[in-house]
Design a protein around this ligand. Structure first.
Ligand SMILES: [Zn+2]
Length: 111
């Protein structure tokens, strides 16, 4: 990435240009970022993985925080169930390719 103001290049991801102070974080549209249950980082329902994706945190950290909430008064359990119900599941990666392909004839007698 490089600074759009002064053109200084950075090999690592930095938040601000050290020369001119311009914010260099890649703009993420809040409309594109949805809080969804993760299919990949999922132990129970993917709630923690979804929160980790959304907040750009380590999923393990989210799980630890959630478990701590669960042990202190049980809010974590209630919150998890609520999140499970409310949060939509992450869309499948190849959802659009799932066409009416079930009608494809299978080769018979070829085991
Ligand atoms: Zn700069």
């Amino acid at each position: 990435m490089f600074c759009p103001q002064c053109g200084k290049e950075y090999s690592q991801r930095v938040n601000f240009c050290c020369q001119c102070g311009t914010a260099l974080s890649i703009p993420v549209s809040p409309l594109n970022k949805k809080l969804t249950r993760s299919r990949t980082d999922s132990k129970i329902a993917g709630v923690c993985g979804g929160f980790a994706n959304y907040l750009e945190l380590d999923v393990t950290l989210v799980r630890i925080l959630w478990l701590m909430l669960a042990f202190f008064g049980g809010w974590g359990i209630i919150g998890y169930v609520i999140a499970w119900i409310v949060m939509p599941e992450e869309p499948l990666p190849q959802a659009s390719t799932a066409t009416a392909g079930s009608a494809v004839p299978q080769p018979a007698g070829n085991r």
